[in-house]
Design a protein around this ligand. Structure first.
Ligand SMILES: [Zn+2]
Length: 100
């Protein structure tokens, strides 16, 4: 039996997305979908928000990488800067036990 890519499950390949932070391609379910609402990036926790989305690992490190590379402006085709404070608070809230 030949091994296929480890990101494939059974016969159907899982949908892949690229993290806008670290640029790693991984299964969609491991990434957080983000959308921009009036210049504010919000995590689309239910995957239901309309509009252009971007994918990010739920990690403050990937957020930092994305900000440094202005990946969000590109992903959302935003002309100005985007507010990531809400997203940052969300990601930091996911990391237990540490603040600051
Ligand atoms: Zn990442």
């Amino acid at each position: 039996m030949r091994r296929r890519g480890k990101l494939e499950y059974g016969y159907q390949a899982a949908p892949l997305r690229t993290c806008v932070g670290c640029r790693v391609r991984t299964v969609k379910s491991e990434l957080l979908r983000l959308v921009a609402v009036e210049g504010v990036i919000v995590p689309d926790l239910r995957g239901r928000l309309p509009g252009r989305g971007a994918s990010l690992h739920p990690s403050p490190r990937c957020l930092e990488l994305a900000e440094r590379r202005r990946a969000f402006s590109r992903a959302f085709r935003a002309e100005g800067s985007l507010d990531t404070s809400l997203l940052r608070a969300h990601l930091e809230g996911l990391t237990p036990g540490r603040s600051g």
